[in-house]
Unconditional design. Structure first.
Length: 97
């Protein structure tokens, strides 16, 4: 067991235990503050907060922008095919005569 005199000697003389108690109270307060901050960060990073954002971004990208992009690719390819056939047809007509 630790004697009170040993505790005074180890903790810095007179008023040593009260200094230790105040240091431990400050440490306890700091640890609780850090815990509360980390708990708040955990609540912010939960799935229910990010799922609506992710779902709307993916839905917009795939269902709206993706379909628009595919339609542009289709009509551009169709236009290239039609105008290539016209060009080949007119080229043959020019060199035949």
């Amino acid at each position: 067991a630790i004697q009170q005199s040993d505790l005074f000697a180890k903790c810095g003389g007179k008023g040593g235990p009260s200094k230790l108690v105040s240091l431990l109270e400050i440490s306890d307060s700091a640890i609780h503050t850090i815990y509360n901050v980390l708990f708040g960060v955990r609540e912010i990073l939960e799935c229910q907060n990010f799922n609506p954002i992710y779902t709307s971004l993916v839905y917009d990208a795939v269902c709206i922008s993706g379909v628009n992009g595919l339609s542009w690719i289709f009509f551009t390819s169709l236009s290239m095919a039609v105008f290539s056939m016209i060009m080949v047809t007119l080229r043959v007509a020019i060199y035949e005569y």
